[in-house]
Design a binder for this molecule. Structure first.
Ligand code: TA6
Length: 324
């Protein structure tokens, strides 16, 4: 399988030294620099090996950092203060403008997967977003705020006007909040999810808790819909389930020895659990055949009951990831 160029590693933490001439040369850089409210929350831009796919670092004084691509406001990495990487990124991911990035937290809007006529998982994850602010919150979290509006190209694919914002906030935890405002004259409905790829040492040793009693729609081949009877879901085959109207907290136990990741959601009714397992991993060109044990997707989502947004109304969906 052809290896795609993987981007240079994020700037070593604390390495804010960047080629300011190059950095300041771009209009976006000017926006970034002008939006900085406090130097210590400075955001450094790292242009990956694929020109035109800029990413930025959001360092926290603790030593933790988040790296996100402006394409799709795509969080690709969350390194905790101890250096632990919490999110999974495939070594075979593309870093090409307009091509989905495999891993991190893809934004899904206004369609989930192929549950409609739009491109898989919709339009937001493959288009460039603008950074509108960065800084530090009174409680000490550092944040980046990005936004995206409709344009002629998006309206050709999905004929509605919207203003989307995405806030990434890092302290001990990582919170990401997507808002969508209907800026048009007609109501529209949408599905959405924060398609979070959690990194695990071995998915066969992981249990997913918090879904007991929930009904699920099973999208894996030959699988059938059902109800989660056991308190702990184990991953032993291709798993592609939409759990309907789930509680606000899911715990992924055993991401590393003695570690769990808690996924809290608000504004999202459903939870998707996905692991491609062997055959689907082989079928994905941007996913290593041997990578399926290293990840599980836990996705706060609105799928079964799409959100209906009246003109001028705003929807907000948030997830908070916490390592315990
Ligand atoms: O969220 C699960 C899912 O819908 C799977 O069916 C699989 O297609 C996954 O999303 C990845 O989708 P992508 O378009 O990123 O390949």
């Amino acid at each position: 399988m052809s290896r795609r160029p993987t981007p240079p590693a994020a700037l070593p933490f604390g390495a804010r030294a960047i080629d300011r001439r190059r950095f300041l040369g771009s209009a976006m850089a000017a926006a970034l620099v002008s939006s900085l409210s406090r130097p210590e929350a400075a955001v450094s831009q790292t242009n990956d090996s694929a020109p035109g796919l800029p990413s930025l670092l959001l360092p926290h004084p603790s030593g933790a950092q988040v790296r996100l691509y402006l394409q799709g406001a795509h969080v690709a990495s969350w390194q905790r203060a101890d250096g632990e990487e919490v999110l999974f990124m495939s070594r075979d991911s593309a870093y090409t403008p307009g091509v989905p990035i495999r891993g991190g937290i893809p934004l899904v809007f206004p369609q989930f997967a192929t549950l409609g006529p739009l491109p898989n998982h919709g339009i937001l994850r493959t288009i460039p977003w603008a950074v509108t602010a960065t800084g530090q919150e009174p409680g000490g979290a550092v944040f980046a705020l990005l936004e995206r509006r409709d344009d002629e190209a998006t309206r050709k694919v999905w004929p509605h006007s919207y203003h989307a914002t995405y806030r990434v906030s890092l302290d001990d935890d990582l919170s990401t909040t997507l808002t969508v405002t209907n800026t048009g004259r007609e109501a529209f409905s949408f599905q959405s999810s924060l398609h979070t790829y959690l990194r695990v040492d071995d998915v066969r040793r992981v249990t997913v808790e918090g879904l007991q009693g929930a009904r699920y729609l099973d999208r894996a081949p030959t699988a059938t819909d059902g109800v989660q009877r056991d308190a702990a879901l184990t991953i032993e085959r291709e798993t592609d389930r939409i759990y309907v109207a789930t509680p606000g907290v899911v715990r992924v136990v055993g991401t590393k020895a003695g570690r769990s990741v808690v996924v809290e959601k608000d504004g999202f009714a459903d939870t998707v659990v996905w692991n491609p397992w062997i055959d689907k991993a082989r079928a994905l060109a941007d996913f290593g055949d041997d990578e399926y044990p290293q990840m599980v997707c836990i996705e706060p989502a609105n799928i079964v009951a799409p959100v209906r947004l009246a003109p001028g109304a705003t929807w907000r969906g948030t997830q908070r990831l916490r390592v315990t």
